[in-house]
Design a protein around this ligand. Structure first.
Ligand code: PMP
Length: 358
């Protein structure tokens, strides 16, 4: 299968092997006579699909036994409400804003708790760094600290978690399974599936068990983590096809050698792209080197009049969807787990040639 390289931020490129298997099983899943889309979520086929997907996710991520893994719906944006409904106890919650997603989370949480932005990296609408931890006005009595540890739009990534006594809740939508994560350092992590896990419709939540059972009364039953956990993520009908695709992605990732192996490749891929950008005269990376995202590489053309030509020329060369988010401008190449090094090298070769002709 020869396909263009898709640098979209999510929904994003899937491993071709996953698409091929899903296609082969589309009309008849393993002799069931049905597509996964058509079968009961309580039947034996789907129950096995979900159990295996959960178990594989747990083992890939290294989830300790005192954490629940929940498969939910609503995406990470719904979690901006669901997390404070479950974990804030209506009290204080601190936010560090390093891009649009953490900013959005903080704004939404004000509906449910005393949400406070204790540090923000925003400068003229841009986010290019992580504020120094000793400048954060952390509140000692905060229920938790919310971070977005990879800001998909601006390309700012935490490469280490801050040392803090406060429980950390992290939106990891766009770098889950791209690197090793010590789950025990988080109270809760969550995200949408449509970058490194699969397709939209599935939201994953990993939460420490002792935090369950304190949802606000106004929390809908379907969003109460304790209820979802008690029902094995089947309190309501799960997004069955999205869970099936996630299961295929997890098997693919295991075949690649797991998270440590993919992390090494992600370091290589992002390093080659940033090194090229830093050495060029036409392109400029946006983010401070210490917190550049390995997943979402944001950069500008020093002459922005060339932007349209750059994007259109890329599309003609089979390199798709690397224009920056409309709120951020510039360029962004999203190079999640499923982007092979060949895709990154093809992009670099195109950029080199474009610069030569510019
Ligand atoms: N958080 C982050 C870090 C994201 O990248 C996104 C989607 N790009 C969201 C939240 C929102 O996700 P959804 O649209 O699935 O709710």
């Amino acid at each position: 299968m020869s396909r263009p390289f898709n640098f979209a931020p999510g929904p994003a490129r899937l491993p071709p092997e996953v698409l091929e298997q899903a296609a082969a099983e589309m009309l008849d899943y393993q002799g069931s006579g049905m597509s996964v889309m058509e079968m009961s979520h309580r039947g034996k086929h789907y129950t096995r699909i979900q159990d295996e997907a959960m178990a594989d996710f747990r083992s890939l991520l290294g989830v300790p036994s005192d954490y629940e893994v929940l498969f939910m719906q609503g995406g990470a944006i719904a979690e901006n409400s669901i997390v404070p409904l479950n974990l804030s106890r209506g009290g204080k919650v601190d936010f560090v804003v390093t891009g649009s997603w953490s900013k959005k989370s903080a704004a939404e949480a004000t509906k449910y708790c005393d949400a406070k932005v204790i540090a923000s990296a925003e400068q003229n609408g841009h986010f290019t760094h992580i504020p120094a931890v000793d400048t954060w006005g952390s509140r000692t009595d905060a229920q938790y600290l919310h971070l977005c540890t990879n800001e998909t739009i601006h390309g700012v990534e935490f490469h280490a978690l801050p040392n803090t006594k406060t429980d950390i809740v992290a939106d990891v939508s766009s770098h889950i399974l791209s690197r090793r994560m010590d789950v025990s350092k988080y109270a809760c992590l969550f995200g949408g599936a449509q970058k490194n896990v699969g397709i939209s419709g599935l939201t994953f939540v990993v939460v420490r068990k002792d935090l369950l059972g304190h949802a606000l009364l106004s929390c809908p039953g379907a969003f109460d983590y304790q209820t979802v956990a008690a029902n094995g993520s089947m309190f309501n009908t799960p997004p069955t096809y999205a869970v099936y695709i996630a299961g295929l992605v997890f098997k693919w990732l295991k075949e690649q050698g797991g998270v440590a192996a993919i992390e090494a490749r992600n370091i290589q891929k992002s390093q080659e792209l940033y090194d090229f950008i830093d050495a060029s005269h036409l392109y400029a990376a946006r983010v401070s080197p210490d917190c550049r995202s390995r997943m979402n590489v944001t950069f500008d053309l020093r002459d922005s009049a060339l932007n349209d030509r750059f994007v259109e020329g890329g599309a003609s060369a089979g390199l798709l969807a690397f224009r920056g988010h409309k709120s951020a401008g510039g360029m962004r190449a999203s190079i999640y787990n499923a982007m092979p090094i060949e895709g990154v090298r093809a992009l670099i070769a195109y950029m080199r040639e474009f610069e030569r002709l510019a």
